[in-house]
Design a protein around this ligand. Structure first.
Ligand code: TXA
Ligand code: MG
Length: 337
């Protein structure tokens, strides 16, 4: 990374501009946590509703001071193992942190990315950066600098070059709580760090914990039914034996019945009957499949087919595939069984 590129990004951030930042998961759209106008710019640029909280990125743990109100032993242990890396911990928020970042919640999502350019940028700024994925709200996440430039062409967003994001899907979001003297953990969003990775590690350290499903919707905002959607309809078919001709018929019937919008996300529908279909073929290995999924979605959508089709294979069933299929299900306008 050229020093002058980093210097330019630092300067823009100090002027309340948003900057495209590479991370190992997906590219982020960053602003300084201490610049309210910059934070507001993230929401404006992404066209993101204010109920959806942002993730705060730090380059070292000394930066957590004005972000969280406490960093429990559990959080410390998890950070020791999984930071820098694709684990976001949701922790009690510091009173000094701008409430717009946390959408008014009492908690804040925080992670230390492992991408060297992200770390260099945050270190250079000297203040944590809030950054959601650098895509318009509800759309496909970016895994290259070119994706971000294309997404925000009109807004002319400056993007730091950081190559292809190696993980390719967003971080695992883990709620870390203490209740009745117990460490309670809840996975709010699946990602590269698996529940089993966390379990194996904590057991190896003899740290007591309990996993609990989140029942209170307020604890898990921003988890809408649809997300990551490409610009043409994306169809998931979970029956690999279904022929394409039969599928076309079902797709046409079912797409016509879809609403225009679900939970503020516009559902992508075709203009006429579906003829031209582009098939998305995932890599056989789940980590590689995740790395290239968003990129494949963008490339296929750019060919302007009537829809993109993905068959779920029976082999796509281990825990490793779950985080990718979480994204696939949300990106799909339609799931055909
Ligand atoms: O890998 C990633 O996490 C990427 C890169 C750029 O770091 N960022 C990312 O941000 O995916 P975004 O805004 O696309 O997703 C953030 C999600 C929110 O939609 C919400 O679901 C969850 O993280 N989140 C953030 N703060 C939270 C909080 N205080 N409580 C519950 N969930 C929170
Ligand atoms: Mg996102």
């Amino acid at each position: 990374m050229q020093d002058h590129e980093i210097a330019k990004a630092i300067e823009l951030l100090s002027q309340d501009q948003v900057v495209g930042m590479p991370t190992e998961t997906v590219y982020g759209l960053a602003a300084r946590v201490d610049r309210p106008a910059g934070i507001e710019n993230i929401f404006k640029t992404k066209e993101r509703p204010f109920f959806d909280p942002l993730i705060v990125h730090v380059s070292d743990q000394t930066q957590l001071g004005n972000v969280v109100s406490s960093f429990s032993n559990m959080a410390r242990s998890l950070a020791e193992k999984f930071w820098p890396g694709p684990l976001t911990m949701v922790l009690p928020k510091n009173a000094k942190l701008n409430p717009m970042i946390t959408a008014g919640l009492e908690t804040v999502g925080v992670r230390m990315p492992s991408h060297p350019t992200a770390l260099e940028l945050i270190r250079g700024v000297g203040v944590p950066l809030a950054a959601p994925s650098a895509n318009k709200f509800g759309k496909t996440s970016p895994t290259t600098a070119a994706h971000v430039r294309e997404e925000f062409k009109k807004e002319n967003v400056f993007v730091l070059e950081g190559g292809e994001s190696q993980i390719g899907i967003e971080s695992t979001v883990l709620l870390v709580k203490e209740s009745g003297g117990k460490n309670i953990l809840s996975i709010l969003r699946k990602g590269h760090v698996l529940k089993s990775d966390i379990e194996i590690y904590l057991k190896s350290k003899s740290i007591p914990f309990e996993f609990m499903d989140v029942v209170d919707k307020k604890e898990s905002p921003g988890h809408l039914k649809h997300h990551y959607m490409p610009s043409v309809p994306f169809i998931l078919c979970t029956d690999p034996a279904k022929a394409e001709s039969e599928l076309k018929k079902i797709i046409n019937e079912r797409l016509a019945e879809l609403p225009e919008e679900i939970e503020e996300i516009k559902i992508v529908k075709p203009h006429g009957a579906v003829q031209k279909i582009e098939k998305l073929i995932l890599a056989e290995e789940p980590l590689l499949a995740a790395r290239s999924f968003y990129s494949q979605l963008r490339e296929l959508a750019a060919r302007k087919p009537d829809c993109i089709l993905l068959y779920k294979l029976p082999s796509h069933s281990s825990e490793r595939w779950e985080s990718l299929y979480d994204r696939i299900n949300k990106a799909a306008s339609l799931v055909i069984k």
